[in-house]
Design a protein around this ligand. Structure first.
Ligand code: ADP
Ligand code: MG
Length: 678
């Protein structure tokens, strides 16, 4: 069934859905909400808590009054119950006058504020008591939107999709589903979109997360089954030009970096296949370590590849590598491979890879598409992501020559996961940051501080620095009152003087546009970059010293920590300003962890501890490992179960040959085709 066959979707609307990455009814099913709004029981006026979104009910004292203020029409009413009186206001909604009559009963839901010491509510949604009663304790999904497509229309489309959806046989064996008390897929999908209660949501989400974690575990277990020959065909000889290169670097290496380089060079020359994880917090300087490994490989007459999780990061690695090769008069060629290459460029580059004109190949996972054929690939580096590998090895192994593997990560990984993933890996750690760094100064502020923050950013720019401002949304959302990149750019262009260059960056932009913006930011042609979390991983612009995060309370702390890693990358003092628009006691407590700790692992753990099971921020807390619904921190225990199940499955049916495992085998094959698990 096509999108167009759904009620309310014509050719025009279909295009809007395409913009969201939705092309079929099935895509709609897996287009999960960003978050949910919940409808709690109304509380007495006297018990309202400032900063919380709450509902109140009562009788209107008088008809609504409409007055003109600062050029805007303001509508206001007073609501009364036995515990108190509440002033409620709306801007530019004079039509409400017809509804809001003295003596009538309403429920209002909105954020509690205060004015002159009195509690208030601005712009609340209003319901008849009967209509609200039906909604109490349900959760309403909130989806990402594009202009022209409201949340309500997405809700309608998704509900239709759920009605007509047909599900294949469940690939998770029935015994496991029973044992683990997993929801049926059909119900899980329906309830993730439209949960009745938080418990219901957790159960539905848990089912979908289980699927991902189970497949992931199966892939890891399967990989361990294929006991490989550990002898390497690529025994390198340490090259003196590598030592010269290191000596000529504009900085001296930290101990951690030197140690890592030493051991990696030893690995590469040992005659065994290297399989090493390089861990180091954001900004610890992992890139240069991997570059050295690539140089050694290339100078030995082989090819080396670096795979990055985003095009932005790949482009940046490529630029740096190219410059280093030129500066050091090394006669080696680097190429960049991303999904957005034009057909002609692509053909040329593929050819250079196949006939070994290209020595160092940098790119996204497009590097390991079938059509890319390597002549002498001896080293694969993967940066900031862990879902690379199995398939890649399969393709690479075809000629029977496994390359050396170096994985780099700043993500603190829970123990269970580390044991599962890195059981057969050697681990190196870079514990210190380069010595020229000053600790980042952090501040958690409320909205009232914004003007000061802008002034502060302005002063930093005057000193020659640059700033990031992060917003949670790309475009306006008709349900969530959160900052979005598109409107924010126009807004602050008016705040700052003309000479301050402000640009935007987000994931829905074309890869070419993204590259261009990043390049201009790096060249200092842009002063303030307003961005979504697409800059979260890896991006390195050392001259940027301020990061301001809007609606900081909406993000997971692990994610904020990663984001914060974009500043503090040079000898200049750097600053992080987290704007807490919720401004509740709880959000303050959470965000203050960031100010008090710089340890990514500690931060992730504390975040989990503080968050109760009922807190739904969004479906996921961090982008680590590229799961679409599972979260490595939140779902630690589920992962443990999934991995036990995976081991059990392979123990009872090593080849997955039993007829009842047919679906499972098929699903695993598909998973291995499209993802790369290390
Ligand atoms: P990450 O570990 O987060 O990937 P990068 O490799 O991007 O960090 O390094 C962060 C910044 O620090 C880069 O601009 C890099 O050039 C610089 N850098 C790396 N090593 C050192 C060092 N030993 N001394 C000073 N600066 C360094
Ligand atoms: Mg990095």
């Amino acid at each position: 069934m096509e999108l167009k066959d759904l009620k309310g979707i014509g050719p025009k609307t279909e295009k809007l859905y395409n913009k969201l990455g939705i092309y079929s009814v099935n895509d709609l099913l897996y287009f999960f909400p960003n978050t949910y709004v919940s409808f709690h029981k109304p509380v007495p006026i006297g018990n309202l808590q400032e900063g919380e979104v709450q509902a109140v009910t009562g009788m209107l004292e008088k008809d609504a009054a409409v007055v003109r203020m600062h050029g805007l029409l303001m509508t206001s009413v007073y609501l009364k119950d036995i515990s108190g009186r509440l002033r409620i206001t709306w801007f530019n909604a004079p039509f409400l006058r017809n509804t809001l009559r003295a003596g009538s009963m309403f429920v209002f839901m909105g954020k509690v504020g205060s004015y002159n010491g009195q509690k208030t509510m601005n712009q609340p949604k209003l319901f008849s008591p009967e209509a609200y009663e039906k909604k109490v304790d349900t959760l309403e999904p909130v989806y990402s939107q594009v202009k022209g497509l409201s949340n309500a229309s997405i809700v309608k489309a998704v509900s239709q999709a759920i009605e007509v959806a047909e599900y294949k046989t469940d690939f998770v064996p029935a015994a496991i589903r029973y044992n683990r008390n997993l929801m049926e897929m059909k119900d899980a999908v329906a309830h993730v979109h439209f949960p009745d209660t938080i418990e219901d949501f957790e159960k539905a989400r848990g089912r979908l997360a289980y699927n991902e974690l189970f497949l992931f575990s199966l892939a890891l277990v399967k990989k361990k089954q294929n006991t490989e020959d550990l002898k390497s065909c690529f025994k390198l000889t340490p090259d003196k030009r590598v030592d010269d290169f290191i000596k000529k670097l504009p900085f001296s290496l930290t101990n951690g970096q030197s140690e890592a380089i030493k051991i990696i060079r030893k690995d590469l020359s040992s005659g065994m296949i290297m399989n090493r994880l390089l861990q180091g917090d954001v900004g610890s300087g992992k890139t240069i370590v991997s570059f050295v490994a690539c140089l050694e490989t290339a100078l030995n007459g082989y090819q080396a590849a670096i795979m990055a999780p985003t095009e932005i990061l790949a482009g940046q690695h490529y630029d740096k590598m190219k410059k280093l090769l030129e500066d050091n008069d090394l006669n080696l060629k680097a190429v960049l491979v991303t999904g957005s290459l034009k057909a002609k460029e692509r053909r040329e580059i593929y050819e250079e890879i196949e006939n070994h004109k290209a020595d160092i190949i940098i790119g996204t996972h497009a590097l390991f598409q079938e059509k890319v054929i390597y002549k002498d690939l001896a080293l694969v580096v993967t940066d900031e992501q862990h879902r690379f590998g199995v398939n890649q090895r399969k393709t690479l192994n075809e000629k029977g020559r496994s390359p050396h593997i170096l994985v780099m990560s700043a993500t603190p990984i829970p123990r269970t996961l580390a044991m599962l993933m890195y059981a057969d890996m050697q681990v190196s750690m870079i514990k210190e940051l380069p010595s020229n760094r000053l600790p980042i100064k952090n501040a958690v502020v409320n909205e009232g501080y914004r003007q000061k923050a802008y002034k502060f950013i302005y002063d930093e720019i005057k000193k020659g620095r640059q700033a990031y401002i992060i917003c949670p949304m790309v475009e306006e959302n008709d349900i969530l009152d959160l900052e979005n990149v598109t409107d924010y750019v126009s807004k602050i262009r008016r705040v700052f003087p003309k000479e301050i260059k402000v640009e935007k960056l987000h994931g829905k932009m074309k890869p070419k546009e993204k590259d261009e913006i990043m390049e201009r930011f790096l060249k200092k042609e842009i002063d303030i970059l307003v961005s979504t979390t697409v800059v979260e991983v890896g991006v390195d612009v050392p001259n940027a010293t301020v990061m301001m995060v809007e609606n900081a309370e909406r993000f997971g702390l692990a994610q904020l920590h990663q984001l914060r890693g974009r500043v503090g990358r040079s000898s200049h003092q750097s600053f992080c300003i987290f704007v807490d628009t919720e401004n509740s006691k709880k959000s303050k407590e959470r965000l203050s962890i960031l100010a008090s700790s710089n340890d990514g692992f500690h931060i992730a753990e504390e975040d989990l501890r503080l968050r109760g099971p009922g807190d739904i921020f969004g479906i996921r807390q961090s982008g680590a490992l590229d799961f679409s619904i599972a979260d490595i921190y939140q779902d630690k225990e589920l992962l443990q179960k999934a991995s036990e199940d995976a081991i059990y499955v392979f123990r009872t049916d090593p080849g997955l040959a039993n007829p009842e495992n047919m679906e499972l085998r098929h699903e695993l094959d598909m998973f291995l085709e499209e993802s790369y698990v290390l």
